[in-house]
Design a protein around this ligand. Structure first.
Ligand SMILES: [Zn+2]
Length: 278
């Protein structure tokens, strides 16, 4: 389950090419050695920003059982991910799949079920959360990812151009520098590979309320969460040099028309789909 031989590692500290992700592999640049511990690789930079460290610390007191998180909190998301988003993302020739900011990483398990002979890499910034929940989710869904790794999406520990599909779900709004994260995602995409991100777009007419709630929560938790409006997503994509990226509202259960959903985005948050090619 932790065999990552098909994945080429880039040192998260000195950015040198390390070679295949194999137990005990060592960086020739800085000497750092890599090995999985309790089923999870630590591929985080040695020096982390405060918000990134806080994301892991959030889960210190976590007592919610995995099955409850999965089937109470995420039931609809699992269905949408499996029926709508992964079929769009994983093309017929896809062999390598990367999930960033996966949390429970059920998207990786669902992807592994579609790519039994492929390589699926499940990542999140919190090694604690991966050990506590993502490994169990892989077992519950019957298709564990090939690799579970703690990784920072702003500094992906992978060599260029090696993933046919990269997926994120409600991640980038709480990453300190989403532009940097988007550039990193494009860097690791294989030529012709595809990224799909299902992200949240905050309401623009009543932003004040959402802004206050989210900023208070982020301050209390020490994380970088903040509201991003539809036009801010457009700006971020341009800033990342992704002018050709597609941005569209995701039809919901109640509001099926993407156009109406975008209109409703004035008063309540919606989800948007971001996609681009490598
Ligand atoms: Zn190194």
């Amino acid at each position: 389950m932790t065999s990552g031989g098909a994945v080429s590692l880039r040192c998260p500290d000195c950015a040198k090419a390390v070679g295949a992700l194999e137990d005990g592999v060592q960086c020739r640049g800085c000497g750092r050695r890599f090995a999985p511990a309790e089923g999870v690789w630590d591929l985080l930079p040695a020096v982390l920003g405060a918000p990134t460290r806080s994301e892991d610390r959030l889960h210190e007191q976590d007592a919610v059982p995995t099955w409850r998180r999965l089937f109470y909190h995420k039931r609809d998301w699992i269905e949408w991910c499996d029926a709508r988003w992964l079929p769009e993302l994983i093309g017929p020739g896809a062999r390598t799949f990367l999930e960033v900011g996966g949390g429970l990483c059920y998207a990786s398990a669902l992807a592994k079920a579609r790519l039994p002979r492929g390589t699926v890499v499940a990542t999140d910034v919190s090694p604690r959360y991966l050990r506590r929940h993502a490994l169990a989710v892989g077992r519950i869904l019957g298709a564990p990812a090939d690799v579970y790794a703690a990784a920072d999406v702003e500094r992906l520990p992978f060599e260029d151009g090696q993933f046919d599909a990269v997926y994120s779900q409600v991640v980038l709004y709480r990453v300190p520098d989403p532009v940097r994260a988007l550039r990193e995602i494009r860097r690791v995409l294989a030529p012709g590979g595809r990224y799909l991100g299902i992200e949240r777009a905050s309401p623009w007419a009543l932003l004040f309320r959402e802004d206050r709630t989210m900023r208070a929560r982020a301050a209390a938790r020490g994380i970088a969460e903040r509201p991003l409006r539809y036009w801010e997503w457009e700006r971020l994509l341009r800033a990342a040099g992704l002018a050709a990226a597609a941005l569209r509202p995701v039809p919901g259960r109640r509001v099926r028309s993407a156009l109406l959903r975008r209109a409703g985005n004035a008063v309540r948050q919606i989800h948007v789909a971001i996609s681009f090619h490598g």
